[in-house]
Design a protein around this ligand. Structure first.
Ligand SMILES: Cc1cc2nc3c(=O)[nH]c(=O)nc-3n(C[C@H](O)[C@H](O)[C@H](O)COP(=O)(O)OP(=O)(O)OC[C@H]3O[C@@H](n4cnc5c(N)ncnc54)[C@H](O)[C@@H]3O)c2cc1C
Length: 552
């Protein structure tokens, strides 16, 4: 139902590689493509400081310690992935960890070191040893963005445009040939040999989230509208410990804090993770998140507490940003319990890719949080996502630069239809309702009635929004949030078992007989969500799979 207009009237920019996003995935991809001699246009709707990457605290996992091994890191990742991680993908990404560390050091990254000069490694939930590389204590993402931004600025053939919002991908004869961009009120088309989608996560579709405001699921929605295959959308990781102060923006209290000895307690001071899991506070995130939720329900409280008085060392020195933020609310982390509760943190699903970042659409690559490689399976091992973004960002950048086939020029620019009637839609109200619905019905604990309600309400809101659609960035973002939410809810409804981050109160057990497979989603010619499920194959192969019902 997309109308069109003459592409010759829209200004067209030309580049070899278009990169959408300037986080760790987009930044590494742009740099790698440029170093292969390609001209690169990297567009980002937000400044790098507002990408998820810049907010990353703990660091990235890499096998660097003498007591660590690739085998151990692979085993930890597979265990947490709950049967859905692809062992080949896991092996490949984890073996690239040490090289990724060296690559960032060569760019000038200053990671924390011990007095001996050796790299200082943190330990996080699900990891059997210390292996998390970090910078400035808990400000790793800022350091990564600093070196990427600086390195991109030094490349002659890279142009970075901040504030450029990609509203749609351009598809011509089944191939991705560029994208349509909004800069303020101005619409531009970019014509590219290859496009790399690195548009990040979707935490903003939930009321409680650790993600910055730009994480609206644009990447998955863009991929879906373009016709790409998506997978694993039902798996959303919730971070157990998000600072909870009513009225304040949510701030993540990293796992490293629990790794250093902090303990979870309820309002009565009772430590409750012992007895829930043998790793207590360092159990996988879904286990800790659900235990917190259970405790909140049992006590009727809105949050629990993180006690840093048990940390090995001075918490102010070890965690300077957490100390600073808490101090603003008169919380002294060395003595006062810190109020926390879970929040949506990481989108495991996304546009399905192979190990070069190739999607089911020729010319379109996807990397980072917008992509789904099956590294994380049904649950993400902490600090594996920055690693994945950097490893596959570099590979995809090189592959994209090697694309020599010139795509045809787009003949028409897709445009959403003009509104046929305008129901008085309050976008703020719709946004709030959407976030609440997702939190309540598609959050940490799900069931059929809640998911059914979510799928139907989302379809209705989508219908209204399409009919009253504005042509500004805010309307497009809301549309993307609705699309991404529908994809999450539909996939979650199909998976009638509990596994990893996906927990169904009405199907509380894991069912390997029926569900050791992935849910794939793509767009039907009419625009509905089509679902299939099966084992992993190449991204374009969703053929030999078991059909599930189509969901509007
Ligand atoms: C608080 C927090 C702490 C975390 N800590 C860790 C950690 O310690 N270790 C770890 O491994 N992971 C961590 N993560 C997860 C990790 O940070 C992310 O998964 C990772 O940074 C994602 O990188 P990315 O490049 O895919 O996306 P992002 O870094 O989010 O970048 C997305 C980019 O796409 C741009 N964009 C989006 N939509 C559009 C559009 N329509 N048009 C143009 N541009 C667009 C954005 O502006 C941005 O530049 C954390 C996440 C959060 C939120």
């Amino acid at each position: 139902m997309l109308g069109g207009f003459d592409a010759r009237r829209t200004p067209i920019l030309q580049t070899d590689v278009l990169v959408i996003g300037a986080g760790i995935a987009g930044g590494t991809a742009a740099l790698a493509a440029a170093r292969q001699g390609a001209s690169v246009l990297c567009v980002s709707k937000t400044p790098p400081s507002e990408a998820n990457t810049a907010w990353a605290k703990g660091g990235f996992a890499a096998v660097l310690a003498p007591d660590d091994s690739f085998r151990l890191h692979v085993e930890d990742t597979l265990r947490v992935g709950a049967g859905l991680s692809d062992p080949q993908v896991v092996e490949r990404i984890i073996r690239s960890g040490p090289d990724t560390y060296d690559w960032f050091c060569d760019l000038g990254a200053r990671f924390d070191r011990m007095r001996s000069g050796q790299v200082a490694l943190g330990r996080e939930g699900g990891h059997s040893v210390h292996r998390v590389v970090h910078a400035n204590g808990d400000a790793t993402g800022i350091e990564i963005e600093r070196v990427l931004t600086q390195s991109l600025a030094n490349e002659e053939d890279v142009i970075v445009r901040i504030g450029a919002f990609v509203r749609d991908l351009l598809i011509e004869d089944g191939r991705c040939v560029g994208a349509v961009i909004l800069e303020g009120d101005v619409e531009l088309a970019v014509h590219a040999r290859s496009v790399i989608l690195a548009a990040g996560g979707a935490g903003q579709v939930y009321r409680e989230t650790t993600n910055p405001a730009g994480a609206c699921g644009d990447g998955t929605a863009l991929g879906f509208r373009a016709g790409a295959v998506l997978s694993d959308m039902e798996f959303v990781q919730f971070h157990p410990t998000v600072l909870y102060i009513a009225g304040a923006s949510r701030f993540l209290i990293s796992e490293v804090v629990r790794g250093a000895g902090a303990q979870l307690r309820d309002a009565a001071g009772q430590r409750f993770m012992v007895g829930v899991h043998r790793d207590a506070e360092l159990a996988p995130r879904d286990v800790v998140s659900r235990a917190i939720l259970d405790r909140m329900v049992a006590t009727g409280d809105t949050h629990v507490y993180l006690d840093l008085s048990t940390v090995d060392g001075d918490p102010h020195e070890l965690f300077p940003s957490i100390s600073r933020i808490c101090r603003a609310f008169d919380i002294d982390i060395a003595h006062d319990p810190v109020p926390v509760r879970p929040g949506a943190h990481y989108a495991i699903g996304g546009v399905r890719t192979d190990l070069e970042g190739r999607t089911s659409i020729e010319g379109l690559f996807a990397v980072g949080e917008a992509a789904a490689t099956a590294l994380h399976g049904a649950n993400r091992l902490a600090s594996n996502s920055l690693l994945e973004g950097a490893v596959l960002g570099r590979v995809a950048g090189e592959s994209a630069a090697a694309t020599t086939r010139a795509p045809s020029l787009p003949r028409r620019i897709p445009k959403p239809p003009e509104p046929d009637y305008a129901p008085q839609l309050q976008l703020d109200d719709l946004l709030y309702s959407l976030k609440s619905l997702m939190w309540r019905n598609v959050g940490l604990a799900r069931d059929e009635p809640g998911l059914e309600e979510a799928v139907h309400r989302l379809a209705l809101w989508n219908h209204y929004l399409l009919r009253a659609h504005g042509h500004d960035r805010r309307s497009y973002e809301l549309k993307n949030m609705l699309t991404t939410s529908s994809l999450i809810a539909s996939a979650a409804r199909s998976r009638t078992e509990s596994r990893g981050t996906h927990y169904r109160t009405d199907h509380a057990l894991r069912s390997d007989d029926s569900w050791c497979r992935h849910v794939f989603l793509c767009r039907s010619p009419e625009g509905a969500i089509e679902q299939t499920s099966g084992p992993l194959g190449p991204p374009s192969d969703v053929g030999s799979v078991q059909g599930l019902s189509d969901v509007e």
